[in-house]
Design a protein around this ligand. Structure first.
Ligand SMILES: [Fe+2]
Length: 226
């Protein structure tokens, strides 16, 4: 048995599929009311609206309000039973793995609202990719540069590997092999601690993913070159 707490988007998909298909529903069940042991020829995804105890052979668990999970996927032919632990509990379910997967595959659209900036880099916005960036702790961030802006030559105490995600720019570095090179999507640059670098003539929404040792945070690790 697999247990889930359905996200709002998954609940919406559950409701959508349920309304368009022949589906079963246990309830409304009174407190203590039992749905006795049965099985189905197809897998079923049950959603508990209220509170109910699920019994599936050696697995027993409370699902619904106040619990960790509110849904269970019962495989085809697996025996299971329910006991309502709250008055007016309903347990709708959908059948068939194709339909179940359609619900479980729905992911939330996450809108990234928080971005980071430093007065040392006007026109530069940093979006964290995976959690809040903390100075000194390895992090992955997306760095977006306004068209026409530059990232002045600077260095860090931490190493950084950058992969250009969009647009183009001219790389600046005190490494003559790389200095002045145009970079665009897919280009990858690595800078060791203390190595000066920057970007000029940033165009076409220049952005890059930076995997680094901990540059962005409350106190940025960024020293402008003299
Ligand atoms: Fe940098």
């Amino acid at each position: 048995m697999n247990f889930y707490r359905l996200t709002p988007a998954q609940l919406a998909m559950f409701g959508h599929l349920k309304s368009g298909e022949e589906v079963a529903n246990h309830g409304p069940l009174g407190l203590g009311q039992v749905v006795s042991t049965h099985s189905h020829s197809q897998a079923a995804l049950y959603l508990v609206q209220g509170l109910a105890e699920f019994n599936g052979g050696d697995t027993s668990r409370l699902l619904g309000i106040g619990q960790q999970d509110d849904a269970v996927l019962v495989p085809a032919h697996a025996k299971h039973a329910w006991t309502s632990r709250m008055d007016a509990t309903t347990i709708p379910h959908v059948f068939g793995m194709a339909r179940v997967e359609q619900i479980l595959a729905v992911t939330e659209m996450i809108t990234q609202t928080e971005s980071y900036a430093t007065e040392k880099l006007p026109g530069v916005r940093v979006l964290p990719l995976g959690g809040e960036p903390v100075s000194g702790i390895p992090q992955t961030v997306l760095v977006c540069v306004k068209n026409g802006c530059s990232i002045p030559m600077h260095s860090h105490h931490y190493p950084a590997t950058m992969t250009v995600a969009s647009g183009r720019a001219r790389a600046r570095t005190d490494d003559p092999a790389t200095d002045g090179r145009w970079v665009e999507r897919g280009a990858c640059l690595h800078f060791a601690p203390g190595r000066n670098h920057g970007f000029e003539d940033c165009a076409d929404d220049f952005s890059f993913v930076s995997i680094n040792g901990g540059i962005v945070g409350k106190a940025w690790d960024l020293q402008l070159a003299a």
